[in-house]
Design a protein around this ligand. Structure first.
Ligand SMILES: Cc1cc2nc3c(=O)[nH]c(=O)nc-3n(C[C@H](O)[C@H](O)[C@H](O)COP(=O)(O)OP(=O)(O)OC[C@H]3O[C@@H](n4cnc5c(N)ncnc54)[C@H](O)[C@@H]3O)c2cc1C
Length: 492
């Protein structure tokens, strides 16, 4: 299960094995981290990127690969939650990010295309009309359109020209190749575990310790709990399929205004369809996200072959606006970028521009609106609800309960929970008849993880951490693995 963009082989960067020292350490090698690092290098800093896996292997490698300032109904949402000025900042930053991607990227990989937000029913049409108004008020030259290239009736559409279809993995690897060398370095397969802020800051990793005057955290979900980011962000998972068509796929970068979300683009003779989002840890066995996306594609296009299936998650702040700036209001050495609401190819790029300006002591007109120090009154009820709901997951679990003797009967590819007092052990039977047993207490804050059948992972519904069936961390904010328990016997 991997996106087409992650298929080409990549240059390996060695892990951090010996202590090292830099002006700036950037933690996380996605588009936000690599853009920040390259812009800081260009201004003369020595920069190290620490990446737990490989460059672009996170959300940056697993998305729809559109760089557009028109993003479904985002301007109506921001105008409602944070007002017109915030919508103007977001529009200016996103439009600048589209051009920055073109400037920093590989020119032959940048394809200019129109972006659309479209509706297929009356309520969606109203949402599109409002979005045209909100986007224009925010400063974007958005116009009404008929979007006739889609093979089903569209009731309304908004269009923004000259947006970009690109390869986010190729783009981010290209940034990595510009960063490495000349006093700068990338350390892959190196997980940052602890930070001691000071002069300089010290980052303990699973290799050696790295010191830096300033640290930028671009780990998607911020990995350190100071700042309580986990309480202000909701992790939402979405799914994608790519299908080879027997006819020319649509050229535009389109997305629905309403539910269910269908985000579309073409890649050569392939159609890419993404959607079926849900809160991480809340997928049920009935949901079948890949099947639904495939059924949608088959209903409307002649499909020769489904070539790829992949999924990823992104973080949605309680006030629906990205968070980029000092980690805490008092931080002068620690910075963060997160909460891109499934639009972080542009969001991660404008975050890189803003962070480079902040670290260089330069003015930036987006800084105040994007500062994590704000928490607008509009977000307070949602923040309270989000955290009440998280509290429930300390005690609840949903996979069918089992006893140690039952697990022998588990079918390959299924999971169960063994309860012993307050403790829960997650048990998964693999296709070779081996049991994999882990503690179900998330190592971030102790919520109970849930089994994700579509991806064979244990996912935390509180703050979005994800683990393999053997407990390895796939996504933070957790940095430590789930403790492994000895399997009681084989299964299947
Ligand atoms: C289905 C889907 C479709 C999307 N489509 C689009 C789109 O078309 N356009 C768009 O603009 N956006 C899109 N997005 C959103 C976009 O992909 C993300 O917002 C963006 O990639 C986030 O980039 P990032 O650099 O913040 O995070 P990531 O790319 O996840 O990078 C974070 C990196 O940090 C590393 N890391 C984590 N913890 C540690 C640690 N402790 N130590 C060291 N490294 C660590 C991870 O391994 C990872 O590589 C989509 C999202 C989804 C889910």
């Amino acid at each position: 299960m991997s996106s087409p963009w992650l298929e080409p082989p990549h240059a390996e960067h060695a892990p951090l094995r010996d202590p090292a020292s830099f002006d700036v350490a950037v933690i996380g090698g996605g588009i936000a981290g690599m853009t920040t690092a390259v812009l800081l290098k260009r201004s003369g800093a020595t920069v190290a990127v620490i990446e737990a896996d490989h460059v672009a292997s996170g959300a940056t490698g697993n998305n729809t690969a559109k760089a557009t300032a028109l993003q479904s109904t985002i301007y109506s949402t921001i105008r409602r939650n944070r007002g017109v000025e915030a919508a103007q900042v977001y529009a200016a930053a996103s439009a600048a990010a589209v051009e920055e991607i073109a400037r920093l990227g590989v020119p032959s990989e940048i394809q200019r295309r129109p972006a659309y937000t479209f509706a297929v029913d009356e309520s969606g049409s109203q949402a599109v009309e409002q979005e045209i108004d909100a986007a224009r008020e925010a400063g974007l030259p958005v116009v009404a359109d008929e979007l006739s290239e889609l093979p089903f009736p569209v009731t309304a559409a908004a269009r923004l020209d000259d947006q970009i279809a690109f390869d986010p993995v190729g783009h981010t690897r290209h940034l990595a190749s510009q960063l490495h060398g000349g006093g700068c370095a990338i350390y892959e397969r190196t997980r940052a575990l602890r930070l001691t802020e000071g002069s300089p800051c010290q980052i303990a990793t699973d290799g050696a310790t790295l010191t830096a005057d300033r640290v930028v955290v671009t780990t998607h979900a911020p990995v350190w709990d100071r700042g309580l980011y986990f309480a202000m962000l909701e992790a939402q998972r979405s799914y994608c399929v790519a299908a080879r068509l027997r006819e020319e796929p649509p050229r535009g970068l389109s997305i629905t205004a309403g539910e269910p979300t269908r985000s579309l683009r073409s890649r050569g003779d392939q159609l890419v369809v993404c959607g079926e989002g849900h809160q991480t840890g809340k997928l049920t066995s009935e949901d079948q996200p890949f099947s639904r996306l495939e059924a949608f594609a088959r209903e409307h296009w002649p499909i020769a072959e489904i070539t790829h299936r992949w999924s990823a998650q992104d973080l949605v702040p309680t006030d629906r606006f990205p968070m980029v700036g000092p980690y805490l209001p008092s931080s002068s050495r620690l910075f963060v970028a997160t909460g891109f609401m499934k639009w972080g190819l542009t969001g991660g790029t404008f975050a890189g521009k803003l962070l480079a300006d902040l670290l260089n002591g330069e003015e930036n007109p987006w800084a105040e609106a994007l500062s994590p120090a704000r928490l607008s009154p509009g977000s307070w009820p949602r923040l309270a609800w989000h955290n009440l709901r998280a509290g429930a997951y300390f005690v609840a679990d949903r996979v069918s309960p089992a006893t140690a003797t039952d697990v022998r009967e588990l079918k390959p590819g299924t999971a169960a929970v063994i309860r012993e007092g307050a403790e829960r052990t997650g048990v998964y039977c693999d296709h070779g008849g081996l049991l994999h047993c882990v503690s179900m207490r998330c190592t971030h804050l102790g919520c109970l993880v849930r089994f994700n059948e579509a991806e064979t992972t244990w996912d935390c519904p509180c703050h979005g951490s994800r683990f393999t069936v053997d407990g390895t961390v796939l996504e933070g904010p957790a940095v430590n693995p789930l403790p492994v328990k000895p399997p009681p016997q084989s299964c299947g």
